[in-house]
Structure formats: structure tokens, C-alpha cells
Design a protein around this ligand. Structure first.
Ligand code: A2P
Length: 348
């Protein structure tokens, strides 16, 4: 008998939350019930699911009493406060925030890379940083064949990484500039429309921002490669949705570009997009709304005999966040790593 699960989306009204809702429907996740949680600001709103209007409820102490799986995407401070309460109430939390990612007892999972790690969860499983997920999916298949020694990444990150309101802010700024007015900044520190700036997270004493250190530390944890050398420069660009990354990989012997292309053509979650004649390669507009990470411009690094260059674009909200979280939930369900409590007859 197929089992079904009582699921809650925490942050259901946000950019990732609405995508989670869509993916649960599209992927026919075995639901016994679905609860939509957000802040008190959103209580009373409804969201559409399977042709029905579901109410959005304000988060409160009883919110997780009848829940098996929580898909949380309401920011780090909300997760820090509420994820332990959800676990205490008997739920498994798949958390999209950075709150628990580097805690040793919390698995940090990209299903194409380290699915087995999810089996050891103690109630919380962390969904990695979006930029890190996209890179991990693209480079792990090569790392499996020949260990990567060093990664040098430069990112071109869209507004969607900062949430639904940030996407709106860029549109409003663009409109203002086109109307000859000064752009207004609220969420971002500087105008993003017709501009770009280094990622505006906190800088450490070495001059790296938090986003860059997430790429370093989370990649090491996901790959179980604590000594992997990773450096990154993260930049916010005026793209609404889907991140791009230029990645240089160094191996300890040559890795032919043709072989890399062949491996990536068969890799799960990757789609090679290359038309060298037409100079057509992955672009954020093509990656938007897609599940796969688009990879192209796979070429020998002319500055290093053991170096390989590639370019990728991936939908930050989808594979970078919501899809990865749903895939983790699917892993739990298919391997019986979450205890189902409700029989299939009550499926919605
Ligand atoms: P709300 O819409 O009520 O503010 P995004 O990442 O797109 O900004 O979305 C953040 C999500 O997290 C939204 O659904 C937001 O709800 C929710 N959220 C933010 N703060 C809280 C909180 N303190 N309690 C519950 N949900 C929250």
C-alpha cells in the first residue's frame, strides 16, 4: 500500500514557497494533507493547489502538531526558532535556510550527489545554498571520475535569490530609470537594475562574503571532501531569475573537454547546451523554469594543462531551492526514511 504524508510549507507565500506548491502538484507528491504557513501578514490569503483554494495560516505553536514533513523556506531566523519545535512535534524538516547547514549532525543534501546522507537525519535536513547546489550538480560527475583539486568560481546571481520582493524591486527600479527617475532601493543596498554589485552578504576578515564562504564550506561538506580547495567571487546581476556561474576546475592530471562533455551529457540533473557554431550556450532565460542545470562552454583551460573551464545556468528557485527540497522529500519517502503516519485512502 502506498503511503501518504501530511506536509506543511513554511513560507508558502514566498518565491520558493510558491514554487514548492507548484512542484508538489506537478510531481504528484503523495500527500495526505497540505498546510500552508506564513507570517501573520499573510493569514487569510489563499493559494491555489490542484484547482482548489487553500488558506494560508499564520505560524503558531500548534502549527506542526499533525505534520510529517515540513518544507521550510521562511528565512534563517524563522527556521532557527521553529524547526526544532517542528521536530519536537514529530515532523522532519527540510530546511532551505542556512541556519543548520554546517551543523555536523545535520545532513546537507543534493540528491544527485549525496542522497545517502539523508538517511542519517535526526529531524532536520538542510537544503544547500542555491549557487552551491547548481555547481555541485554540474561538477560532481567529473569529480567522481577524477578528483577535483581546486575550484575557482565566479557567479552571476539573479534577484530571485533574495526573494519575491527583491525581484519586484528590480522591476520597479528598471521602470523608474526608464522613466528618467531615481531608482529606489529597499531590500538591496544599491540599485540592481542596469547595474551589478558584489554579493552584499557580510564580509569576513579575509575579504570573502558569506555567499562565497557557503560555496566553499558547503561544497566540501556535500562532497565529503574537507580539503577541496574552493574560491569564489559572487556577484548580484540584474537578472530576474536563474543564476549563472563561470567555473574553472583543476585536476591532478589532464581531463579532456570531450570526455567531460560526454560524462556531463549523461549526468543526472544536467543538460549540456552547446552550439559552438552558433555561439549558443546556457543563458538564464533558458534555464528559468527548468529542472536541469544547463552546462556549456566546456573547454580546456589554456592557462593550465590540468584545467577545465565550464559555464552553467540554473534556476535558483527551482533546482537551487524548491526542487532540491522536494527531491529530498521524495528520497525520504521512497526509502522510508520518514515515518508515514497516514494511510493512502486519505490522500487529497
Ligand atoms: P509573508 O509573505 O507572510 O511575509 P521570500 O523569500 O520570497 O521573501 O519569502 C519569505 C517567506 O517566509 C514568505 O512566505 C514569508 O511570509 C515567510 N516568513 C517570513 N518571516 C516569517 C515569520 N516570522 N513567520 C512565518 N513566515 C515568515
Amino acid at each position: 500500500m502506498a503511503e501518504s504524508y501530511r506536509v506543511a510549507i513554511l513560507g508558502a507565500t514566498g518565491a520558493v514557497g510558491t514554487e514548492l506548491l507548484e512542484l508538489l502538484e506537478q510531481r504528484k507528491f503523495p500527500l495526505a494533507s497540505l498546510k500552508l504557513l506564513a507570517s501573520a501578514r499573510s493569514a487569510g490569503r489563499t493559494l491555489s493547489f490542484q484547482g482548489e483554494s487553500l488558506p494560508v495560516e499564520a505560524l503558531d505553536e500548534k502549527a506542526f502538531d499533525d505534520i510529517d514533513i515540513v518544507l521550510a523556506s521562511a528565512g534563517g531566523s524563522t527556521s532557527r526558532e521553529w524547526a526544532p519545535k517542528a521536530v519536537a512535534a514529530g515532523a522532519v524538516v527540510i530546511d532551505n535556510s542556512s541556519a543548520f547547514r554546517m551543523e555536523p549532525a545535520v545532513p546537507l543534501v543534493v540528491p544527485e550527489v549525496n542522497p545517502q546522507a539523508a538517511s542519517s537525519h535526526q529531524g532536520i535536513i538542510a537544503n544547500p545554498n542555491c549557487t552551491t547546489i547548481l555547481m555541485a550538480v554540474a561538477i560532481y560527475p567529473l569529480h567522481q571520475v577524477q578528483p577535483i583539486r581546486r575550484v575557482v568560481a565566479a557567479t552571476y546571481q539573479s534577484a530571485s535569490g533574495a526573494g519575491a520582493r527583491a525581484m519586484e524591486e528590480v522591476k520597479v527600479q528598471a521602470q523608474a530609470i526608464l522613466n528618467g527617475q531615481e531608482p529606489v532601493t529597499e531590500l538591496f543596498p544599491y540599485p540592481l537594475a542596469f547595474n551589478l554589485f558584489p554579493h552584499n552578504t557580510k564580509l569576513n576578515p579575509q575579504g570573502y562574503c558569506e555567499e562565497e564562504m557557503k560555496m566553499v564550506n558547503e561544497t566540501r561538506k556535500i562532497f565529503s571532501a574537507p580539503n577541496l580547495r574552493v574560491t569564489a567571487t559572487c556577484v548580484r546581476v540584474p537578472v530576474l531569475r536563474a543564476h549563472s556561474e563561470a567555473i574553472n576546475l583543476e585536476f591532478d592530471q589532464p581531463f579532456g573537454a570531450a570526455r567531460a562533455k560526454e560524462i556531463l551529457s549523461q549526468a543526472p540533473g544536467v543538460k549540456v547546451v552547446e552550439d559552438w557554431q552558433a555561439n549558443y550556450f546556457p543563458m538564464p532565460i533558458d534555464a528559468s523554469g527548468q529542472d536541469d542545470v544547463l552546462v556549456g562552454r566546456i573547454r580546456q583551460d589554456i592557462s593550465h594543462p590540468y584545467g577545465l573551464e565550464l559555464w552553467l545556468c540554473g534556476d535558483q528557485i527551482r533546482k537551487g531551492a524548491a526542487l532540491n527540497a522536494i527531491q529530498i522529500a521524495e528520497l525520504l519517502v521512497s526509502n522510508n526514511w520518514v515515518k508515514p503516519l497516514v494511510p493512502a485512502e486519505t490522500q487529497v
